[in-house]
Unconditional design. Structure first.
Length: 310
């Protein structure tokens, strides 16, 4: 697969050396914490306070990405008022993946070129034999983050650049990184009234939570474009991976998503659990979301393959 990209898709300002170093830190350090989590949980250092803090921050930041960054800002699967838009942009920023505008620009570019030249993170970019695919999986999972090229926000996100509130959230990304890292420790320390509670909450609620959420999100780019079931007609390699559905909050029903990107529910077939769609449904019932693009039965039937393909 050629890696030659059309220059208008790329921001003329590449990622700087400091940005690359910080990126490495935020990829490697939480991952090392994730590796250390199993022996720590087995022996000591994990209390029920830590579990609650980790789960709350995991799902707040995770839904910020799946409901906010992805289904609202990237694809317009529903409309939301200014307060909810800002809240979702802030929540998604706590995942420490990218600022909201950079995240959306990258994902819109992915959909434009899915599994073809120009896709920023296709696992098929080096070829389809096992060596090329192994290299491609590693690249699609994490390697692409270290590419110095930056997707052009001017080309892919003029709508968000024109939104003053979202631009402000994007500019405050570094501050939100600090909040995401330090808030669990603050909550844990105050809850337990001890510095030990702050330390363990930082380990589980910040480092382990961020690493787990990162790798679940990146698995959509790598695993869900390589393995799984094809149940709907698509022009790329997107697949459904059911065992990732809960941790990814419904994002791993990736085949329907690429078949019908603006649909608010990705897991539209019976038995396909989609927590993000349920959150959008709750927002709609509360009057916070409207014009939700729920699955259309006729459209689904037209795109459905007669038998799912692996």
């Amino acid at each position: 697969m050629s890696t030659t990209l059309a220059r208008p898709d790329i921001d003329p300002e590449p990622k700087g050396a400091l940005e690359q170093v910080l990126l490495a830190v935020f990829v490697v350090v939480p991952f090392l914490a994730l590796l250390a989590a199993v022996p720590l949980a087995w022996g000591w250092g994990l209390g029920w306070h830590d579990v609650v803090i980790m789960l709350v921050f995991y799902f707040v930041s995770g839904f910020g990405v799946t409901v906010g960054f992805h289904r609202l800002f990237t694809h317009g699967s529903f409309r939301a008022g200014p307060a909810l838009r800002v809240a979702l942009a802030v929540a998604g920023s706590l995942a420490l993946e990218m600022g909201v505008i950079d995240w959306v620009a990258t994902h819109r570019r992915h959909h434009k070129y899915a599994d073809r030249a120009g896709d920023p993170h296709s696992p098929w970019r080096f070829g389809s034999d096992w060596k090329a695919l192994a290299k491609g999986l590693a690249y699609a999972h994490v390697g692409w983050l270290f590419d110095r090229e930056r997707t052009s926000a001017e080309r892919f996100c003029p709508d968000l650049l024109a939104d003053p509130a979202i631009r402000t959230v994007h500019r405050r990304f570094e501050s939100l990184v600090a909040v995401s890292l330090l808030a669990p420790a603050l909550v844990g320390g105050l809850w337990s009234m001890s510095w030990q509670g702050a330390v363990t909450a930082f380990f589980w609620g910040s480092l382990v939570r961020i690493a787990l959420l990162h790798h679940v999100t990146w698995s959509i780019n790598s695993i869900c474009h390589t393995f799984g079931d094809e149940e709907f007609e698509v022009r790329d390699k997107s697949r459904n991976v059911g065992w990732l559905a809960v941790l990814s909050m419904g994002e791993s029903w990736h085949n329907l998503h690429h078949s019908d990107p603006t649909c608010a529910r990705h897991g539209a077939l019976p038995g396909q659990v989609d927590p993000s769609a349920r959150v959008i449904w709750i927002f709609e019932k509360l009057g916070w979301a409207h014009d939700v693009r729920w699955p259309d039965p006729a459209r689904l039937a037209a795109k459905r393959l007669s038998t799912g393909r692996a």
